[in-house]
Design a protein around this ligand. Structure first.
Ligand code: HEC
Ligand code: HEC
Ligand code: HEC
Ligand code: HEC
Ligand code: HEC
Ligand code: HEC
Ligand code: HEC
Ligand code: HEC
Ligand code: HEC
Ligand code: HEC
Length: 321
């Protein structure tokens, strides 16, 4: 941070010094985060927002400072032409709250004005952080059922996925999204690097091709109501209907496939024949298959039962044609 000339300090004092909470910040409650929350509550209740202040803030938070804030001007939140965007109204304070004396006394360790900050290190409770976003995005959030979603229930903040001061939000960046998701989902991270996987690492697909992490309507936060409906979205040929169905296929594709990745071909949970023998312990108990045939086919189930997802052939009951 380049500490600017005293004039800037004055600008800060003039802009914010009149806000009333400086004295309150001196009350040292034992629990810092409870104290900050109480003060924020009070500020919210009083509706004490200072007038537009981005210019003042940018005197210290310009591109060269070590806490730059200028990235936001590359996205909708920094665009004062977008109706309802923060920059068209309360500007920086729409999200950070009334920052009051911060501009006069910004250093850690000194007396600091309580301010809304975001991320893991922030003393502001996650629910309060999210309430800032929801003050503008509650309609979308309610429609999707955000409040009952796994992520909301697990206290995941909006900003552990979304970033606001960057040119492109990683959630909307096809190359960066998965990286952010797997930072909390190590199992999926390792699956993605296995021999067979959906083309996610190269950015052709995203986690959000299948999931909507905001919502609670569907199992596993899928965009479709069931696993199979999700798969049919892109693998429509597997939907059937088939004259001869293979029961587990119509029931749940994930009985055999791991959508995130597998060390086996075709995202299969297990190798054939072990996969088949999980359910068909002693195949051919009721039918005589000539020994020579089995040998000639290398004994591999799929060499004969090659219509494993279902068959429309009149003689296809055994999924062989
Ligand atoms: C006089 C310079 C100055 C001005 C003006 C200023 N800041 Fe800061 N700000 C700083 C400094 C220095 C820090 C780093 C403080 C620290 O590391 O504890 C900081 C930190 C921050 C942080 C991060 C706090 C944290 O805990 O991580 C936010 C958010 C912030 N400022 C927002 C604003 C906003 C919004 C404005 C305008 C309303 C503003 N600042 C105006 C100097 C300033
Ligand atoms: C739409 C909400 C929003 C608005 C508007 C906004 N911020 Fe932020 N700010 C955030 C979030 C969220 C973070 C946490 C980091 C991130 O997501 O990029 C943050 C982080 C910061 C930080 C800390 C950066 C760091 O390196 O630790 C500063 C400083 C800051 N903002 C200043 C500002 C200034 C100055 C403005 C006005 C020009 C502003 N913010 C407008 C949401 C906002
Ligand atoms: C002052 C109102 C306001 C606040 C506060 C606000 N947003 Fe927004 N946000 C908007 C508007 C307006 C848009 C553009 C909406 C549109 O295009 O339909 C937007 C768009 C977005 C988008 C889509 C971006 C894009 O490029 O399409 C995301 C993601 C988002 N906001 C997340 C957040 C998060 C996370 C927070 C809290 C840190 C937040 N917003 C706080 C008003 C706000
Ligand atoms: C677990 C990660 C995650 C969390 C937490 C999260 N989001 Fe998102 N958000 C996403 C992803 C991924 C997308 C992109 C969806 C897509 O491309 O279909 C998105 C898209 C959006 C959009 C743009 C929607 C559109 O249709 O253009 C907005 C607005 C938004 N999020 C707001 C929020 C708000 C507000 C919160 C907190 C209440 C939040 N998000 C929490 C991952 C997340
Ligand atoms: C900050 C950490 C964090 C981030 C980032 C994150 N998640 Fe999660 N996610 C969790 C936690 C915690 C749970 C609940 C425990 C679990 O299932 O691991 C969860 C659960 C889930 C579930 C299971 C939901 C259900 O209804 O059963 C899915 C699917 C998921 N996350 C997808 C995503 C996607 C997609 C992204 C990126 C867009 C993402 N997550 C980003 C923390 C995170
Ligand atoms: C091709 C679709 C698809 C893609 C892409 C996808 N998922 Fe999934 N995911 C699923 C399905 C289907 C399930 C439910 C699996 C089941 O029922 O066994 C699931 C389940 C999950 C779960 C819950 C796992 C559990 O054990 O409860 C998490 C977490 C998850 N996905 C995270 C991610 C992340 C992170 C990404 C991006 C790296 C991602 N998914 C990409 C389809 C997908
Ligand atoms: C958003 C589209 C989409 C969805 C949804 C989807 N897939 Fe895929 N799937 C693809 C693409 C793209 C490929 C790669 C095709 C290629 O490489 O030719 C693929 C490939 C596959 C493969 C072959 C992998 C390999 O290594 O050869 C299997 C198996 C598969 N998907 C199963 C599923 C299952 C099961 C589901 C549901 C849980 C599902 N897919 C959902 C798009 C999707
Ligand atoms: C009983 C186990 C099983 C179930 C259930 C299953 N599959 Fe498969 N799937 C396989 C096997 C075995 C292969 C490898 C076929 C081969 O190599 O000839 C495969 C291959 C695939 C492939 C890649 C090759 C191709 O045929 O395009 C896709 C895509 C696929 N399955 C999608 C699905 C979908 C979608 C579902 C659910 C509707 C599903 N699978 C259910 C066993 C299964
Ligand atoms: C999750 C359990 C499960 C898995 C895994 C599974 N099947 Fe099946 N399969 C069934 C069920 C249930 C039926 C229908 C009931 C029956 O006839 O046993 C069936 C039916 C069949 C039939 C038709 C039987 C008939 O004449 O009606 C064949 C052939 C078959 N499976 C082959 C395979 C092969 C080959 C594999 C491995 C690629 C496999 N199955 C994997 C559960 C499974
Ligand atoms: C040489 C070809 C061949 C191979 C290899 C083969 N099958 Fe078969 N399978 C058949 C024939 C032929 C039938 C009887 C078809 C009929 O009744 O019309 C059959 C019937 C079945 C049936 C239904 C009847 C029953 O007894 O349950 C199942 C299940 C089955 N096979 C599973 C498997 C599995 C699992 C493997 C791999 C371990 C396998 N098959 C390998 C040819 C083969």
């Amino acid at each position: 941070m380049k500490w600017k000339t005293p004039q800037w300090l004055w600008a800060g004092v003039l802009a914010f010094g009149l806000l009333p909470l400086a004295a309150q910040a001196a009350d040292q409650a034992p629990d810092a985060s409870a104290q900050i929350e109480a003060q924020l509550d009070k500020k919210f209740a009083e509706g004490k927002y200072s007038p537009k202040g981005a210019d003042t803030c940018l005197k210290c938070h310009d591109a060269e400072s070590d806490k730059p804030a200028t990235g936001i001007f590359h996205n909708v939140h920094g665009n004062n032409g977008v109706p309802g965007s923060p920059m068209s109204d309360l500007q920086c304070e729409a999200c950070h709250g009334p920052v009051g004396n911060h501009a006069r006394n910004p250093r850690k360790g000194q007396q600091r004005e309580p301010m809304i900050t975001f991320g893991k290190e922030s003393p502001v409770p996650v629910e309060k952080q999210n309430s800032v976003c929801l003050s503008c995005h509650s309609k979308e959030a309610d429609k999707m059922g955000w409040h009952a979603s796994t992520h909301a229930v697990e206290d995941v903040s909006c900003t552990s996925c979304h970033a606001l001061h960057v040119e492109k939000d990683p959630m909307l960046d096809e190359k960066k999204q998965a990286e952010t998701c797997v930072s909390c989902h190590p199992k999926e991270k390792s699956d993605l690097h296995k021999r067979s996987s959906h083309p996610i690492l190269n950015g052709d697909m995203q986690c959000s091709s299948c999931h909507n992490p905001h919502q609670s309507q569907n199992e596993a936060s899928l965009k479709q109501p069931t696993v199979n409906e999700n798969c049919y979205e892109c693998h429509a040929e597997k939907r059937g209907p088939f004259l001869w169905e293979h029961e587990p296929v119509t029931e749940d594709c994930a009985l055999c496939h791991n959508p995130h990745g597998s060390i086996n071909q075709s995202l299969l949970d297990k190798r054939v024949p072990q996969l088949c023998q999980e359910c068909h312990r002693v195949p051919h108990a009721n039918v005589q298959i000539p020994e020579g045939d089995l040998k000639a086919r290398g004994g591999s189930c799929l060499n004969c039962h090659n219509q494993i997802h279902g068959s429309n052939h009149p003689n296809g009951r055994a999924l062989r044609e």
